[in-house]
Design a protein around this ligand. Structure first.
Ligand SMILES: [Zn+2]
Length: 436
């Protein structure tokens, strides 16, 4: 599979016109332009032959092999630097709290097993204007029990989800056990089920293949959610760069991943399933369980293909989307995504993938800025930072989509309340406290 870099023909030629200064280097190869140190420079997709001037087209993704580095290349091993300061005087909206009591549908708060942990979380929520959170780390067994017990006084602010546990899925009786844990949790106050990305790209069958979302052993799980009319928050697939080879032409490498020789953590090119396998299995799951309500985490990881994402929503009315860890990508194309959010305003839920340790300026505020303002070229919510300070989810600055008020209300809480109707009193009380 591994071979030395060769630029796909699709990306060729036009660079000769765009970069006349590089003509000499380009002549060394008919379809590859290299910098002085031999690094390939990405070429720009060229419209199909015969397309009318001014017509709009959507270039395909580069083939997987397009980011294969030259034979023998290794990451240089130095830390990616932080993002440079923005040397522009641009207008900035003063914003520190969510414009409405938002429901964050994607929070990791496995520490919520004591009263003190809940109080600390709620203090953070109050300071950033968060109306309620969904803690996806309710777990199963004793952890679930202590989470629900300690959360009893705070059910107006924190909803705990049971977390799918794939341990033992290859043993007989797993489906019944997992469905039973869900039922036990739902009856004790849990508000839904969380599924992590290990389904699809982590957990394996005895033959070594990856267990996918359409596995029949999961039918009882999806059916149990439907029986109690509980939402399933499911994270399947991954950032698209993780499916590409590691190298300087992979935007996840640029983000700061895989910067040390031998580091392949989370890269799926060599040893993971192709993303198409995960995506197709997810669609089969949606088709087979039309009465189960699924919330597809991280914009279904289809932030890279908005056309495909729209088709998914059009095809499966039982699927909604959740925004977490996608803002850095959506904010790269704010006009397009604003249109998308307006068109699918009833299908998108607010989420952050946040936790108690995220800081206000670095993480929470950029979410509000992205959704509520037209501010331009600002730092995106940093989910993770590398040791060198680089935002691990992308070395980009982003642009706000300034949603109109009625749409903002849907994204922030109305759509989530469809899945969690018992939270309506709490949100309406908070709205009233803010004066509507
Ligand atoms: Zn998450």
């Amino acid at each position: 599979m591994r071979r030395s870099f060769s630029t796909p023909a699709l990306f060729a030629a036009v660079m000769l016109m765009l970069l006349p200064g590089r003509a000499a280097e380009a002549q060394q190869s008919s379809d590859t332009i290299r910098a002085r140190d031999g690094t390939p420079i990405p070429l720009i997709p060229k419209a199909p032959e015969g397309m009318a001037e001014g017509a709009v087209w959507i270039p395909p993704m580069p083939p997987l092999e397009a980011t294969l580095p030259a034979e023998g290349w290794e990451p240089p091993g130095y830390e990616q630097p932080p993002m440079p300061y923005i040397l522009l005087r641009l207008p900035r909206t003063n914003i520190t709290r969510a414009g409405y009591p938002a429901i964050d549908f994607h929070v990791h708060a496995g520490e919520l097993t004591t009263p003190e942990a809940y109080e600390s979380m709620i203090a953070l929520m109050d300071s950033i204007g968060m109306g309620a959170i969904i803690n996806l780390n309710g777990g199963t067994g004793a952890h679930l029990d202590s989470t629900l017990a300690a959360g009893e006084p705070h059910r107006d602010r924190v909803v705990n989800f049971v977390t799918l546990n794939l341990d033992g899925i290859n043993e007989p009786g797993w489906s019944e056990w997992m469905a039973g844990e869900m039922e036990r949790g739902f009856l004790a106050g849990a508000g839904g089920l969380k599924v992590a990305k290990s389904l699809g790209q982590g957990a394996r069958n005895p033959d070594g293949s990856f267990i996918q979302a359409d596995d029949p052993r999961l039918d009882a799980v999806w059916a149990m959610a439907a029986k109690y009319d509980m939402p399933v928050m499911i994270h399947t697939s991954d950032s698209v760069g993780r499916f590409y080879p590691i190298g300087p032409l992979n935007e996840r490498y640029e983000a700061g991943l895989w910067r040390h020789p031998g580091d392949t953590s989370g890269n799926l090119y060599a040893s993971g399933p192709p993303r198409e396998v995960i995506e197709v299995a997810r669609e089969r799951m949606l088709a087979k369980h039309p009465t189960t309500r699924f919330v597809l985490g991280h914009m279904a990881m289809l932030y890279y293909d908005p056309g495909r994402l729209g088709t998914l929503l059009d095809t499966y009315p039982n699927a909604d989307l959740e925004t977490s860890a996608a803002i850095q990508d959506l904010g790269r194309a704010p006009r397009l995504w604003r249109e998308f959010f307006l068109k699918y305003q009833d299908r998108i839920l607010f989420g952050t993938d946040g936790n108690r340790r995220r800081t206000i300026d670095d993480f929470w505020t950029p979410h509000w800025r992205f959704l509520e303002t037209f501010d331009e070229h600002f730092y995106h919510p940093a989910q993770v930072r590398t040791l060198g300070g680089s935002p691990g989810h992308g070395r980009y600055n982003i642009y706000g989509i300034g949603l109109p008020d009625d749409v903002l209300r849907k994204i922030y809480f109305e759509n989530a309340l469809r899945h969690l109707p018992h939270m309506r009193d709490s949100i309406e009380r908070q709205l009233a406290e803010r004066g509507g």
